[in-house]
Write a protein of this length. Sequence first.
Length: 456
Amino acid sequence: MESEIRILSATGVLGSGFREETLKRAMALGPAFIGADSGSTDPGPYYLGSGDNLFSDSACKRDLRLMLLAGRAAKIPVIVGSACTGGADAQLEQLAGIAREIAREEKLSFKLATIRSEQDKSYLKQKLRQGKITPLANAPAFDEAVIDRSAHIVGMCGIEPYVEALQNGAEVILAGRSSDTSIFAALPVMRGFNPATVWHMAKILECGAACVVLRKYPDCMFATVTNDYFIVEPPNPEYRCDPVSVASHNLYENSTPYELVEPSGILNTFSAKYEAVSDRAVRVSGSTFKPAARYTIKLEGVELAGYQSIIVGAVRDPIILRQLDNWLDGLVKASKDRIRAVFGADVESQYRLDVRVFGKNAAMGPLEPETGIGHEVGLLFQMTAPSQALATSLMKSVGHMAVHYPVPEWSGLITSIAFPYSPPEIARGPSYRFNMNHVVEPASPLEMFRVGYETV
């Protein structure tokens, strides 16, 4: 068995970029494969719902081109997970199309594996009836109606589909929705390395250079893994890691710095040691990995919440700012009264009007500890309705009401809000919301995923 394995993470998310010279330095260190994540729920539910990508095709193509050229030159696998942000089947095909285009342009040839993560609704209904779908903490209500109205539902795959593809000779693997860490854990676990060391390494490498002391731009990260420890060191000479920067990444996108739950088990880092081995590199050891009592796959689903129109404005009048909360309460009530008069009482159940005050609790809402207010505030009016036409029509009434809503201190007509755009109402299009936080217990780790192969 190998005594060590070297691993290259190209970047935190495909399309965000990395320096070409950093990739070249990393390739000179002899990695066993190149990995990169390509998606997340961080940008919200829109991307899974709509099928859009957080980054442009040209940005993804630039990163993937460099990875494929480096991987084929070194004859090592290239592994990318969570295709095009959401990881739905259409997004996976979009990324596969980019890979085929690169192959044609660069005259590359490779065995491509695609791992489809989108879930069949009839399959999920059957699992629900069997009691094989269970909620996680703070999960919303879940039933067959939720499944039916979902735009897309994906399962977050573990290492097993990647291992399946690698064992079948795949040289490039593109996956739909995936555990970020599974991208980097699959090959080392397949080769027999200590799962505890491997999974902890994978957690640190999942976001590329995010574990450095001060990341000024996205870039590559490199790790050397043994059974007893791993060493993480940035191949970019401008970057450095220290024990705090590496240890702190355990908390990123995680509710606890000590546990990481994966389909096949739980990584525990409570006893982990982080030791500087140079002014740029950190050795990590001491983690444990407990296999899961039951194998589960996390579901991510979204449904259409409605269509939105917004108005952005600013208020600088000190008289209004002294009574801003009461003024806004009155404005919202007057706007709803106007909507009822114009569109009828039936419309009341069809829309939602929200107002955010930038300069006063817009980011944290009621959790904000600072209570002061500046000399001006920005206002964001948001209308959500079943159609774009209705959302925009309702917002037109709100906008006109808002620009002249009075204050008791002034008996004449006022102009209260400055609008930076004309017309002030802006159509945002469809809006989606997450509608599940559940796990499925499949009959086997591959049951929910389809691995396909082609020669490119």
